[in-house]
Design a binder for this molecule. Structure first.
Ligand SMILES: NC(=O)c1ccc[n+]([C@@H]2O[C@H](COP(=O)([O-])OP(=O)(O)OC[C@H]3O[C@@H](n4cnc5c(N)ncnc54)[C@H](OP(=O)(O)O)[C@@H]3O)[C@@H](O)[C@H]2O)c1
Length: 357
């Protein structure tokens, strides 16, 4: 076990010792220059996180279409727009690149960003195989740069609080983690429904409750079960999974594109249960945080601060780059998540149709 620097115990060996830039860099890099490649739906949240940020600012945005990059730059106050991702990577003024591309492009572009000498914040899921996470780690090491998966929810104080309560013994010995994340997705040409692009609910939203269960357990599962309803293209629309951890903790989760919005986590102990109602997208992008301790049928609200978790995610990476702190989400943690998701998906495919597993 090792400490992730945030008071949370992780496990295993880091994929790569995440390097920091040299001390001289620290002196000059006071306001990191950010670039975004692939400005889609989620990109404005990172723009928001950089607005008025004392340690970083948005410098450039790149799209496969120059006109789209120009429009995004004008709307969001980026001084520079590029008509290709390559041009942004060649801009020597850029220190950090945010990658909100479709899932199958995360690993290849992360490696290109690192090889261009820049740090990188990579949307979840960071890659579609554990080998690709290793390749990102190797690129980070050889270039002395930092790569982090954008699990924004892990930066919210409600999650830190839930982890503290679970570790404090207040709930009694932990028995079970129950997590859910689903929403309705039914426009056919969305990359999230294309298996070759890393489509399917397990990749898109199942990654959240799985990561939470692993974070609580502090170890990798030793038994996994997964079942799903797949569409004709092979993307799962509803997924249910179970994990067992060597320490005895059990976890179950569901993810989906076929039911209206729901997200929830329960940490079930022998003596009490902690419920986080909006664990992944609380305010300002969803309802206010709501954490409740249930004991003997009585609900006691747990006070938590409401913050912009995307801002906290950006600040965490900037601190890793400028101060040399350990990122809250290590590559070792991300690798374990991807390995678990790959196995869950394989098992569900096999159960649905052994010939296509
Ligand atoms: N952390 C979070 O809160 C959160 C929330 C939502 C999504 N995400 C993640 O963020 C990523 C992007 O999600 P999104 O909803 O923003 O996606 P999106 O709106 O579909 O945008 C993706 C962008 O990728 C670029 N792109 C490059 N090659 C593409 C291709 N072959 N097909 C389609 N687009 C392509 C496009 O930009 P150009 O055409 O301009 O180059 C497009 O605008 C996903 O990995 C998702 O899992 C994270």
């Amino acid at each position: 076990m090792f400490d992730d620097g945030c008071g949370v115990k992780l496990f295993g060996t880091p994929v790569a010792k995440l390097p920091v830039t040299s001390p001289e860099d620290h002196l000059v890099m006071t306001r990191l220059q950010w670039g975004i490649i692939g400005p889609g739906r989620i990109a404005p949240r990172i723009v928001r996180a950089l607005a008025g940020n004392p340690r970083g600012e948005l410098r450039a945005v790149a799209s496969r279409e120059l006109a789209k990059a120009e429009q995004f730059a004008a709307e969001h106050g980026a001084p520079v727009a590029y008509g290709s991702y390559e041009e942004l990577l060649a801009d020597p003024a850029i220190d950090v690149v945010y990658i909100p591309l479709p899932n199958h492009l995360h690993a290849p572009w992360a490696i290109r960003v690192l090889d261009a000498g820049k740090h990188v914040l990579i949307e979840k899921p960071i890659a579609l195989s554990a080998e690709d996470v290793d390749a990102i780690g190797a690129a980070a090491t050889r270039n002395g740069r930092i790569a982090v998966e954008a699990f924004m929810y892990l930066h919210h104080p409600q999650i830190s609080r839930a982890l503290e309560v679970a570790a404090s013994g207040t709930l009694g010995p932990l028995q079970l983690i129950n997590g859910a994340f689903s929403f309705l997705l039914d426009h056919a040409d969305d990359p999230r429904l294309v298996p070759e692009m890393g489509g399917g609910s397990i990749w898109d939203v199942g990654c959240y409750p799985v990561s939470f269960a692993r974070r609580i357990a502090g170890e990798e599962p030793d038994a996994i079960a997964g079942l799903a309803r797949f569409d004709e293209s092979g993307a799962d629309r509803t997924f249910v999974g179970q994990l067992r951890f060597p320490g005895g903790l059990l976890a179950l989760f569901e993810s989906g594109f076929a039911a209206a919005d729901r997200e929830r986590i329960e940490i079930v102990g022998r003596d009490a249960t902690l419920v986080v109602e909006h664990p992944f997208l609380p305010a300002p992008d969803g309802p206010p945080p709501a954490v409740t301790l249930w004991r003997d049928g009585i609900a006691a609200p747990v006070e938590v601060e409401s913050i912009d978790q995307y801002r906290a995610e950006v600040d965490d990476l900037q601190s890793a780059i400028l101060d040399g702190t350990e990122p809250r989400v290590s590559l070792a943690f991300s690798r374990g998540n991807i390995a678990t998701l790959v196995e869950l998906r394989r098992l569900a495919r096999e159960a649905a149709d052994p010939a296509r597993a």
